[in-house]
Ligand binder design. Sequence first.
Ligand code: PEP
Ligand code: MN
Length: 339
Amino acid sequence: MIAVLKRETTEKQLKDLIDWLESMNLKVHLSKGDYTTIVGLVGDTTNIDRELLESLDIVEGVKTISEPFKKANRKFHPKDSIVEVGATDGANSVKVGGGHFAVMAGPCSVENPEQIEEVAAGVKAAGASILRGGAFKPRTSPYDFQGLKDEGIQLLEHAKKMTGLPIVTEIMNPNHLPMFEHVDLIQVGARNMQNFELLKELGKIDKPILLKRGLASTLKEWLMSAEYIMAGGNENIILCERGIRTFETYTRNTLDLSAIPMLKELTHLPVIVDPSHATGMARLVKPMALAAVAAGADGLMIEVHNNPSKALCDGAQSLTPDQFAHVMKGVNGIREVME
Ligand code: PEP
Ligand code: MN
């Protein structure tokens, strides 16, 4: 349920209202816009006398939110959320959402010091603002390379020191959280989108989370996963569309571009697109990246490797730093047109 307050509401009146609502065991979520203040109520609202609330002098109107996601809901928080990445850990902080566009780029997995350093320098020179690299890899086969784990995270931290780029890497197990102390953006991969115990733990921290869409998840399921993290108190979430499984087999997945404008209606959270995992093919990355920008994405995540044919993971979809620079030119061109 939300209550939209009248513009002339004073701070004292607002405080009295919040105290009253909290006395009924409700969690109150405030969203102050330029013209209106919205009081969002989470919890069992059946005890509230809706007519009484509506009749208060300061209340413009009361609406019930029918969707099961509340904190992630645009009705709760009409303004776009801006998520700041790398604000507290020595990197150049980067904003995502609300008009701020960010490109995350780097290898599928961190392989060795030379590889991550070369790729980090290359993507930075081409205009990426966040460095990606997997340290814990969710592989379909247990016999495939599983990532360098803590050593991979240390190599990313070193690349951060070298370039100033904040780093994003995937977590698979909540027990690993101490290793992520200097990771600026924690990724939840498609395979873990509904690992609710992991999501609950990530709700307890205040680091930004990159929540990728599940392999066959609906937008509602995805937003409910964001809600799990937000319900715990962490509202710094960036959503990442990375393709979904359909009957089509030529491409690795099917990139759901309509998810971008649909999510923009449903939620205030920033939405980025990963055209690499969505298509599985390096030559399809550029057209899909440009289409994502045109559809309103707040950023991109792109796999880049210094030697794709030798990559330990996802070489076929990885761009060289030069190819990535070419994509960035196109992205900047579309962004100019959009403005
Ligand atoms: C990744 O980004 O490294 C990854 C494994 O992607 P996804 O979870 O989208 O498959
Ligand atoms: Mn990959």
